[in-house]
Write a protein that binds this ligand. Structure first.
Ligand code: ATP
Ligand code: MG
Length: 292
């Protein structure tokens, strides 16, 4: 077992692989400081590396030099209390909401200094799934998937429709392709949004509570799709409160509160009896609420 229970008691700066800084792999960037460089190690770069991400709103610091890495095929699970910064972190990694400091490397390429056009290309390679699906209500399931292929990738209608059908089939919705979002259940809508993200051939997917808007009986169908993606090798960072599911799928939980990743480690390590981890305490409270 490689992951360890790690507590954030260390100073903010850290070296790659620093055991005192959960998730840390690189020296954080601060405005005015020299550019961040990806971990200077002989190993190949991580598929995705977030280094020292900071985000401020007014006088409130939402993210304090948060770092994490994803290697190919990883599924890492971000959990923690409401307001801890999980969604903000995903949005910063995606550059939907660009960070104020720090950097994101995808396949070793820095996003911070990219031109607008290259940021668009970078964002295309990172699929983002939101809890509220973000579908176009006036488009059918197939058009919701095809529209991005046509507008963003410039595909012809026939090509885009064929690919949309293939992705809808992959999430078990080929027979619902002609229905509008209002005619689909929440679980089906979320599966359409996953199909739409997959159609863009992302290298990584960021999922922000993909099942939290769903009735309990619909959660399973979305989790099944996520499980299939993971088994198929998709690299994912997922915020979820479905700890029972997540603990069997992930090798690493990242616990986030007050804008920091304060613990990281394997579910076995963090959730074992007597670990005393904040993650374990949080998960116990969650399962009381969820009746687990
Ligand atoms: N646009 C904004 N302006 C000001 N503060 C914001 C904004 N967006 C988020 N915040 C604040 O940032 C902090 C982190 O919010 P965020 O949504 O990232 O938390 P979260 O961990 O995703 O919470 P939840 O589990 O409830 O989804 C919160 O204190 C929130 O109030
Ligand atoms: Mg959130």
């Amino acid at each position: 077992m490689t992951a360890q229970l790690q507590k954030a008691t260390a100073p903010p700066a850290g070296r790659p692989g620093d055991p005192e800084r959960p998730g840390a792999t690189c020296t954080p960037y601060a405005p005015g400081a020299p550019p961040v460089t990806a971990a200077a190690s002989p190993a190949p770069p991580h598929l995705l590396e977030a280094c020292g991400i900071t985000k401020t709103m007014g006088d409130k610091i939402l993210l304090h030099e948060v770092s994490l890495t994803l290697d190919r095929g990883d599924l890492k699970v971000l959990i923690g209390p409401s307001g801890g910064g999980k969604s903000t972190l995903l949005q910063c990694i995606h550059f939907l909401n660009p960070p104020d400091g720090g950097d994101v490397f995808l396949d070793g390429e820095s996003a911070r200094d990219m031109s607008r056009m290259n940021i668009c290309l970078f964002r295309r390679e990172i699929g983002m799934i939101f809890q509220d699906f973000n579908l176009f209500d006036h488009l059918t399931a197939r058009d919701n998937v095809a529209v991005a292929l046509r507008r963003v990738k410039g595909w012809a209608k026939r090509e885009a429709y064929d690919r949309a059908m293939a992705e809808l089939d992959r999430v078990g919705l080929a027979s619902r392709a002609d229905l509008y979002p209002a005619q689909l259940s929440g679980g089906q809508k979320q599966r359409v949004s996953i199909a739409r993200a997959l159609a863009m051939d992302p290298k990584v997917m960021l999922l922000d509570e993909p099942t939290s808007a769903l009735d309990p009986e619909l959660i399973g169908e979305v989790l099944k799709v996520i499980q299939d993606l993971h088994e198929g090798g998709m690299t994912m960072l997922m915020v979820t409160h479905q700890v029972g599911f997540a603990r069997h799928m992930t090798k690493e939980f990242l616990f986030m509160e007050s804008g920091r990743i304060t613990e990281s480690g394997s579910p076995e390590e963090l959730l074992r009896d007597g670990s005393g981890s904040r993650t374990s305490d949080f998960c116990s409270k969650l399962s009381e609420i969820q009746g687990g």
